[in-house]
Design a protein around this ligand. Structure first.
Ligand code: FAD
Length: 334
């Protein structure tokens, strides 16, 4: 089988990463446009168990490469294995989530395949006649979105930011074939010996921004320790997480991981509330998936009002205490 779109799946612990299912969903639509097959590629230890889930999200075939050598993770081995598979089957397109792992092994595969790689895409489409992948990502400091094409080399390779597409299972019958592959030992020989992983201190206790249902965001308009504390309280009262714009993080009022936007967290909550946030493109790129956007800003001409479902023109510093008190009252908290 030559051609087609591949989605390289990622399994963390026992679970498939949500971005794999998001990409399968998008790739399914792209495959329809170019009448091509959709294949998931699972590389790792005991990954075959996840083949059915890939099929539920549209894969017609799942290529499985299982070996103990894949744990602990080595980008060199993953990169080589993926390149070897791509040389055998020659897919048109290879996609993967822009996860820490994929950011390490996809460039290795691309180099071995002598092709290009567009990292951190936020949009994907395909030209039906040429099967050219249209890879959209922020450029020039987020001031414009560039669509990148790879006209000559194949496969076309891209990593896509988690949370950009919505995962949607296939309706009706699903099914497909699993092909288990054994690779030559030479590919699996690891030139590096990994002695272990140490989790970064700052990775511990990081709120789950990706799956948060409510995201409260502090902008420069409320960039003072007291207001950040009040918004933290508000986020907790609403069962949500507290994020921030870049200036707030630059002022060290919240940790770097709290930054929402193009160079931070991509969120898709049911409710986003921005306090003193202007709505600059690099920030709003991270909130496109929010169902309801509420903006509170003093300036009626702030760009965030163009995006907001509900806009309140007013002083956030007057509104925050009212909201906190009102929610406490509703919840019977003194
Ligand atoms: P400002 O733009 O300064 O807006 C503050 C707003 O608060 C104003 O609209 C003002 O009217 C309002 N205000 C002031 N006082 C009050 C008050 N009392 N009550 C109500 N409203 C009030 N930014 C991100 O957030 N995330 C990113 O990932 C990101 N990535 C970037 C990447 C690059 C390469 C670059 C160049 C920039 C990036 N930025 C990012 C920065 C981005 O361009 C904006 O500068 C930033 O988002 C602006 O943050 P802000 O809205 O808090 O501040």
């Amino acid at each position: 089988m030559d051609g087609g779109i591949w989605v390289v799946g990622e399994i963390r612990g026992e679970k498939i990463e949500p971005v794999t299912l998001e990409l399968l969903t998008r790739a399914r639509d792209l495959c329809k446009k170019i009448s091509s097959p959709l294949t998931a590629v699972l590389i790792g230890v005991d990954v075959e168990d996840h083949a059915g889930e890939c099929m539920r999200f549209g894969a017609k075939k799942v290529i499985v490469v299982q070996d103990k050598v894949f744990s602990p993770f080595s980008e060199t081995i993953y990169g080589r294995v993926l390149a070897d598979l791509a040389k055998r089957w020659r897919p048109d397109i290879i996609l993967s989530g822009a996860t820490e792992r994929a950011k390490a092994f996809m460039p290795i595969s691309a180099t071995l395949l002598e092709t290009g790689l567009t990292a951190n895409c936020m949009g994907l489409d395909v030209e039906p006649d040429t099967r050219t992948l249209l890879q959209t990502r922020p450029a020039y400091g987020g001031n414009l979105m560039a669509t990148i094409v790879c006209r000559k080399a194949r496969p076309q390779m891209a990593t896509v930011r988690p949370g950009v597409f919505k995962a949607r299972p296939v309706e009706g019958d699903v099914g497909g074939e699993v092909e288990a592959i054994e690779l030559p030992d030479s590919i699996l020989d690891n030139p590096f010996i990994l002695e272990g992983f140490e989790e970064k201190a700052e990775a511990q206790g990081v709120p789950d921004y990706k799956n948060a249902k409510v995201v409260i965001t502090a902008g420069r308009g409320v960039a003072e320790p007291g207001w950040i504390q009040s918004l933290q309280e508000l986020a907790e009262l609403m069962g949500g997480v507290l994020g921030a714009t870049r200036p707030v993080v630059d002022m060290e009022l919240l940790p770097r991981y709290a930054q929402i936007g193009q160079t931070g967290q991509i969120v898709s909550p049911r409710l986003y509330v921005g306090f003193g946030v202007s709505g600059a493109a690099p920030h709003t790129m991270g909130i496109q998936g929010a169902k309801i956007i509420v903006a509170i800003n003093k300036d009626a001409s702030a760009p965030i009002f163009n995006l907001a479902t509900y806009g309140i023109q007013g002083d956030a510093k007057e509104i925050i205490p009212i909201l906190v008190d009102r929610i406490k009252q509703e919840k019977g908290i003194n």
